[in-house]
Design a protein around this ligand. Structure first.
Ligand SMILES: CC(C)(COP(=O)(O)OP(=O)(O)OC[C@H]1O[C@@H](n2cnc3c(N)ncnc32)[C@H](O)[C@@H]1OP(=O)(O)O)[C@@H](O)C(=O)NCCC(=O)NCCS
Length: 220
């Protein structure tokens, strides 16, 4: 059925934003823009969690320790903040009971006529399997399909990444196909499954509301 596209001429809706809270077994999940002062916590988690993260994240020229050192953060944060201000990204920090535990990145935002973006995420190994990332991504997806006005969100994941596949399927992302040698991860070009969701597939009230209805989360 034909429809008219919303008009957002000259502005980037939905950013900056604070989303949540949602309560899950791990605690109280919220999203907020990444901050310059996140550097120490960001680096501490990522250095400790190298084994947890390295097999799923893009390869890092310069080595893991250097690219995740506290001194790397100001430059990264500045790039993320600039992308947020331009409307090219929504770089969220995930907080659990107020403490930084990960990131949800909405990147490659393309406006009319595609109105699409990708979603990426990671979280601290000490709080995995407690519903944190599923809640965080649900909040981000609802926001992208609501105030941001996007139509399609895409996520790519290695077929071996069981926890990430589970996050996507819990949230209703559909598998669309296999991208061969898509991304350089952990030193080699790796195949990735492509998952997507469009606004038409959003359940009534959104993903966060469905998590609450399923008993996976509650409004904190
Ligand atoms: C993927 C990741 C973000 C998930 O975060 P999380 O906060 O633990 O996610 P949730 O707790 O919301 O959900 C994890 C689900 O995976 C399930 N799971 C855990 N290990 C699994 C495995 N080996 N195979 C299949 N499912 C698994 C959990 O049981 C849970 O599902 P459930 O709620 O039905 O029990 C986290 O593991 C991570 O940071 N991984 C490293 C970085 C990464 O992979 N990023 C994504 C790249 S595409």
């Amino acid at each position: 059925m034909a429809h008219s596209l919303p008009e957002y001429a000259g502005r980037h809706p939905g950013w900056p934003a604070r989303l949540g809270p949602l309560a899950v077994p791990g605690g109280r999940v919220e999203l907020r823009p990444v901050k310059l002062s996140d550097g120490a916590a960001w680096s501490e988690i990522r250095i400790r969690d190298q084994q947890h993260l390295v097999q799923w994240e893009p390869s890092t020229p310069g080595g893991w320790a250097r690219r995740n050192s506290p001194g790397e953060w100001p430059g990264r944060w500045w790039l993320l903040r600039s992308a947020g201000r331009r409307g090219a990204a929504l770089p969220f920090a995930i907080t659990l009971d107020g403490r930084l535990v990960g990131q949800v990145m909405i990147g490659n935002v393309v406006r009319e006529p595609l109105l699409s973006a990708y979603v990426g995420y990671w979280c601290d190994a000490r709080v995995t399997n407690k519903g944190v990332t599923t809640a965080a991504v649900a909040l981000a997806v609802d926001h992208c399909f609501g105030p941001v006005g996007l139509h399609r969100l895409e996520a790519t994941v290695r077929p071996e990444n069981g926890p990430s596949l589970r996050v996507l399927t819990k949230l209703g992302f559909r598998e669309e196909g296999l991208f061969r040698r898509y991304l350089d991860v952990d030193g080699a070009w790796r195949d990735h499954l492509c998952f997507a969701q469009t606004v038409e597939e959003l359940p009534p009230g959104g993903l966060a509301a469905r998590l609450v209805a399923e008993g996976r989360a509650s409004r904190a």
